[in-house]
Design a protein. Structure first.
Length: 314
């Protein structure tokens, strides 16, 4: 059992209680929330209400959420690179090539399967405790909640944009300065697996600054203000600096002019987007202490960056 507390946003005024709860506690289905309202597990300003009662906005809601098995996926003995773990939080270094959640085409061999093998109790948490995603071919730091309280806390921090998420990205082109991309994102009109900048998309903001420059490439340190699907990849392509190796948003593969043999070999072998979640910071759900972790880029990106640096010296 975990007691989750929140304030109903003013913009939800006029909604039924069960509708409001589905908005502020999105990890639980409306039918489950209705059961908990009926069972007296929800109080609004310390009073019991019915699911159909209207909300004014600004009320304090307390929910006694029940831990129960919500996942059907199987545990699999997949190695995990654990950076930090305590009773509430697990921080992992996800390798490139590992899918985070089971889905069509990847029902097994995912991070969720690995987490369930590491800790079977994660079956009682939404998405095995995972509160944010990394693309299959993006490497780096990813946080996992181990309790309902921690899951709610980390999800709320993400919504409030107080979690630090910093990436290292290698892009095509020689940038002269950092900047910000503010462009709404939504699904592509014809290819539903891709995302694109579109006027009716969701608000998305990406900040970037120069980390290292080579002859025809730039390493960027990127901070996410919002966390839309494929956000960094789409935004960088939108400003005409696509990520190296991005086979979806980077256009067809092309070697730089007068590319030396060493760089050609490394570029041809690099088959993923050059993106690594390098830094992650959050308020600990139990202690409220600010915690932060940082990891260098993995070997494949390190080799690519070193080869570009060596070329720049030629």
């Amino acid at each position: 059992m975990a007691k989750l507390t929140t304030i109903i946003p003013d913009e939800l005024a006029g909604m039924r209680l069960d509708q409001c709860l589905a908005e502020v506690f999105p990890d639980y289905s409306r039918s489950k929330l209705q059961i908990w309202i009926k069972a007296g597990r929800v109080t609004v300003n310390q009073k019991l209400l019915k699911a159909k009662d209207k909300i004014d906005g600004g009320e304090q809601v307390e929910l006694d959420a029940e831990a129960e098995q919500v996942l059907e996926y199987e545990a699999e003995n997949i190695p995990l690179d654990i950076v930090f773990e305590d009773e509430s939080v697990l921080i992992v270094n996800k390798p490139a090539g590992l899918v985070v959640h089971p889905a069509v085409g990847n029902w097994q061999g995912t991070l969720v399967n690995a987490l369930l093998n590491h800790d079977a109790s994660l079956k009682t948490l939404p998405r095995a405790g995972i509160v944010h995603r990394l693309d299959k071919d993006t490497s780096g730091l990813l946080m996992v909640a181990k309790t309902l309280k921690a899951h709610y806390s980390l999800s709320s921090q993400l919504q409030k944009r107080t979690i630090t998420r910093e990436y290292l990205a290698l892009v095509k082109g020689w940038m002269t300065a950092g900047g910000t991309v503010e462009a709404p994102l939504g699904r592509h009109h014809t290819d539903r697996t891709r995302h694109t900048v579109r006027e009716d998309g969701k608000h998305a903001v990406t900040h970037y600054r120069l980390e290292q420059r080579f002859k025809r490439h730039t390493v960027l340190r990127v901070n996410l203000e919002t966390g839309r699907t494929h956000q960094i990849r789409v935004h960088m392509a939108h400003i005409h600096y696509p990520l190296v190796g991005d086979q979806v948003y980077g256009g067809r593969f092309q070697l730089p002019n007068n590319c030396n043999p060493d760089l050609e070999q490394v570029l041809r072998a690099f088959k993923r987007q050059a993106l690594h979640a390098t830094r992650l910071g959050l308020q600990h759900p139990e202690t409220d202490e600010y915690c932060e972790w940082e990891l260098p880029v993995p070997e494949d990106m390190a080799i690519l960056i070193k080869t570009l640096a060596d070329e720049a010296l030629d």
